[in-house]
Design a binder for this molecule. Structure first.
Ligand SMILES: Cc1cc2nc3c(=O)[nH]c(=O)nc-3n(C[C@H](O)[C@H](O)[C@H](O)COP(=O)(O)O)c2cc1C
Length: 362
């Protein structure tokens, strides 16, 4: 769930066990007013299955969020309001993390959005409408305050009445607006917030989800997985889900239990890109993430640093596909025993896969 999570990437992670995919943050105001913004910011596939998709908006006006949500509702499973983006340009516009100081405004935005979707005929009954094809969710993603009491007040205001809360679920990134991402997440804050609110609203955590067996806490969600940490970890019993950003960029197969990116995920990504193209520079960026050491303890990489530099020098898609096919073939030959490069999908070669799938293109 990062600014890179365009369609091809969402399809890739969905194929590797991700339940719910977020779009990058889209500015609601521009989305409402500009057709080009709509076309470039949000694409969906006509091929089924469509990854369950949450469209994330940046907004600070209730009607803007409600209208943008109306526009995407037919093509998505829900909308999310970003209250966590710490970038200065966003905060200067009272977007992202600046909204953590505007709890009434956030409440008004989610109320207006839910009402608007209901009036449009969507089912916004939360758990009651989970299996309803017309069911659509409204959620928010937040950071925490230095003084956790402010975060408690914020959540209490946004949730509203217990019998009919205003949001379907809540994602918490347990860092403050000014905490660098190199500082570990605040697990104590997560524990306090999930024990206070976890029975009232499903809570997801975003931050330091690097691999499934190296989480900085324990959770019944993952009881069957051995934890690699030497120090005892805090229990977070009331957690409903995990969200990954940096680590899933490096390893889209994270949720199938791979602790490093397998070649098969590169194949899958390239196949998705063939059908749902991305700008070439963006493709290179994804591949340089996927072929480098990941965020978890396993620091194996699909390509060495010089190889990654050579990959970045590829001038076009054809050169890139040839380069990857060559490297992948060499890696497969070298590999006599199963290891991290094992594919879930049998090895096929990128070029052959793309030629096969291109026959399916209209
Ligand atoms: C390159 C990049 C882009 C991001 N874009 C978004 C975004 O569009 N919306 C959002 O809510 N968070 C965004 N985030 C924050 C992540 O969702 C996440 O909260 C944060 O990176 C911590 O999680 P991680 O340890 O899994 O990376 C972004 C993070 C990175 C590194």
């Amino acid at each position: 769930m990062v600014r890179y999570s365009k369609l091809a990437f969402r399809q890739t992670v969905y194929e590797y066990g991700t339940d719910l995919c977020w779009t990058p943050m889209i500015l609601a105001k521009e989305f409402n007013r500009n057709r080009f913004a709509r076309d470039s910011d949000f694409t969906v596939s006509t091929n089924r299955p469509q990854p369950p998709t949450i469209v994330q908006f940046g907004a600070n006006v209730p009607l803007e969020l409600a209208r943008a949500s109306s526009l995407v509702a037919p093509f998505s499973n829900g909308v999310d309001l970003n209250c966590g983006c710490p970038q200065s340009w966003a905060c200067a516009e009272t977007l992202g993390a600046a909204l953590m100081e505007k709890r009434e405004l956030v409440r008004d935005m989610v109320i207006e959005t839910r009402d608007h979707l209901r009036r449009d005929g969507w089912a916004v009954g939360k758990e009651k409408d989970m299996d309803n094809p017309k069911g659509r969710s409204v959620s928010i993603k937040i950071r925490v305050h230095k003084d956790l009491r402010k975060t408690m007040d914020f959540i209490t205001t946004v949730l509203g009445p217990e019998h009919d809360r205003h949001i379907d679920f809540l994602t918490i990134h347990p860092r403050t607006r000014s905490t660098p991402s190199s500082t570990p997440i605040n697990v104590e804050a997560l524990e306090v917030l999930t024990s206070t609110f976890g029975d009232k609203v499903p809570i997801l955590v975003s931050g330091d989800v690097f691999t499934l067996n190296s989480l900085p806490f324990t959770s019944p969600l993952l009881l069957s997985r051995p934890q690699q940490s030497q120090t005892p970890l805090m229990q977070i019993p009331k957690l409903a889900g995990l969200m990954s950003a940096r680590a899933i960029l490096a390893n889209p197969a994270l949720y199938t239990g791979h602790d490093a990116c397998p070649w098969s995920a590169v194949d899958t990504f390239m196949n998705k890109v063939a059908r749902a193209p991305l700008p070439f520079k963006l493709v290179l960026h994804h591949l340089s993430e996927m072929c480098a050491p990941g965020m978890g303890p396993n620091k194996n990489a699909l390509l060495s640093k010089p190889e990654r530099a050579a990959m970045l020098a590829c001038a076009n898609m054809v050169d890139l596909i040839d380069f990857l096919d060559e490297k992948r073939a060499a890696a497969t030959t070298q590999q006599s025993t199963p290891g991290i490069n094992d594919g879930i999908i049998p090895p096929t070669g990128i070029r052959r896969d793309i030629q096969t799938s291109s026959r399916l293109l209209p």
